[in-house]
Design a protein around this ligand. Structure first.
Ligand SMILES: [Zn+2]
Length: 478
């Protein structure tokens, strides 16, 4: 009898604990995909698998869906391929990334309309004149009896006294932005309204750490923007993660709740390159976009490999000099976005990948001394590297004890030293014109043609191109 009593007691207790049921929530996340659709068939297959094995699965975007692949960025309806693919994968929510604005508000408004996953942002105030609508700062929804809150923020920086996300200011008309961490702190009260509190932050890892330090009310921060590989770090009890960029990784956060209280949270980075299976429908969709793009058009033939930035920079600057009939042109190494163009066909896709920025060419009338100041300031001391690739001239930086002591600039055709008394017509992209330091009496004139447009025109004219001899040299003097 006594035994039976104890048995009943144990059963009653067991029954009681089983009503305090344990729930597992899995959050899959990607951030900073930058229109890199190529691996989405693998990601889709992985998401399918996790969904088939688990009951409560969410898929979130940490922002920056766009900008980085001409097939998406130069699609007639800019960015649409990315939205179609993300819709098919069944993303649940996304943060606004700064690059979401790159195509302009008219395109963004359409993409938001088409997306089956709402984009959220708390630190953004959209006025009635803007083309996009005010996004929700957060959502609260129920998943398997668990109340989940997702609060989203976007990165900002100071641009002439205004806080804006990193994109062209013209794209942000009639929208005000605020500090992401300060804004998030205003939502601390949401902790009381949910069981699982997630920040979907496109703020960058440094801000995420600060946010975690100031807002332990959060359970998780799913980050983005800084392209950092954050394999689940705990800061002030908050689990922070980020999946680098370009769909290299999928984030997998597993949260266990008992009695609606978070009892465990784990993070795992899934390396997409190690995944084998592909979702065939998504694969077909990606192939369709690559096959249908007008960017497959071949515009010229490379007679040999353009194997480094010197070769490619020479080609890009030769185009500016030739098409715009200038004396000299410069191209910054950072703006040369691929390492080589192999022998054979050169397509528009290759060219837009090489030079994706749509920077217009700026023309300056410059003296020898002014050209010298530009070349001196662009020399990279740490790496002993001549950053600016050139056409019209070749130049040698003479260095002693890490200091530039002389500069030799020659006309590339005649081989003669440049005339110190002449003015030269110099072309460079608007990025160099606005961010490099150099003397120039001429304020510069923006031409209504982009550097990539001159390159395309040049290659169409030339039909065949060969790599040219290097035009930059560093000479170490002892
Ligand atoms: Zn970003």
């Amino acid at each position: 009898m006594k035994k039976l009593f104890y048995l009943l007691l144990i059963l009653a207790f067991a029954g009681c604990t089983s009503s305090n049921r344990e729930t597992q929530i899995i959050i899959l996340s990607t951030n900073d995909m930058h229109a890199k659709i190529d691996d989405y068939a693998k990601v889709a297959s992985y998401v399918d698998k996790v969904r088939s094995e688990n009951k409560n699965v969410m898929l979130l975007s940490g922002g920056d869906m766009f900008s980085g692949n001409p097939v998406v960025d130069r699609y007639e309806d800019k960015g649409y391929p990315m939205i179609e693919i993300m819709n098919r994968l069944g993303y649940d929510y996304g943060a606004f990334g700064n690059h979401e604005f790159d195509y302009g508000q008219d395109f963004l408004a359409k993409r938001i309309e088409q997306a089956t996953f709402p984009l959220l942002c708390a630190n953004m105030k959209v006025s009635g004149q803007a083309q996009i609508k005010q996004p929700k700062p957060y959502v609260i929804f129920n998943l398997d009896g668990i109340k989940i809150c997702i609060l989203a923020t976007i990165q900002v920086e100071n641009s002439n006294g205004k806080l804006i996300p990193s994109t062209h200011p013209d794209k942000l008309k009639n929208i005000d932005f605020f500090q992401p961490v300060e804004t998030a702190l205003e939502y601390k009260y949401l902790r009381e309204k949910c069981d699982l509190f997630i920040s979907l932050s496109h703020d960058g890892i440094d801000e995420d750490v600060i946010l975690a330090q100031q807002m332990p009310e959060l359970d998780i921060i799913i980050g983005g923007h800084s392209h950092t590989r954050v394999n689940g770090m705990i800061e002030n009890g908050v689990l922070i993660s980020q999946t680098e960029c370009d769909l290299k990784y999928i984030g997998k956060t597993t949260v266990t709740l008992k009695d609606k209280k978070v009892t465990d949270k784990k993070f795992e980075l899934i390396d997409v390159s190690t995944l084998q299976d592909e979702n065939t429908e998504i694969k077909a969709l990606i192939n369709k976009y690559y096959e249908e793009t007008p960017l497959n058009e071949v515009v010229a033939e490379a007679k040999a490999d353009f194997s480094d930035k010197e070769n490619l920079g020479n080609l890009m600057t030769d185009a500016v000099v030739s098409v715009l009939d200038l004396d000299i042109a410069f191209q910054n190494s950072g703006g040369i976005r691929i390492g080589k163009i192999g022998k054979g066909d050169i397509s528009l896709l290759t060219l837009y990948t090489l030079d994706p920025f749509d920077n217009e060419v700026v023309l300056f009338e410059m003296s020898y001394d002014e050209i010298c100041s530009l070349l001196k300031n662009s020399y990279r001391k740490e790496s002993k590297y001549a950053d600016l690739k050139a056409a019209g001239i070749s130049y040698t930086v003479k260095v002693k004890d890490d200091e530039i002591i002389d500069m030799e600039i020659r006309d590339v055709k005649s081989g003669n030293l440049l005339d110190k008394n002449k003015k030269y017509k110099v072309g460079m992209n608007s990025y160099i014109a606005s961010s490099y330091k150099f003397d120039h009496a001429d304020a510069g004139k923006t031409l209504s043609v982009t550097s990539v447009e001159t390159l395309i025109e040049y290659l169409r004219q030339q039909k065949e191109v060969s790599p040219q001899a290097g035009r930059t040299k560093i000479e170490q003097l002892n």
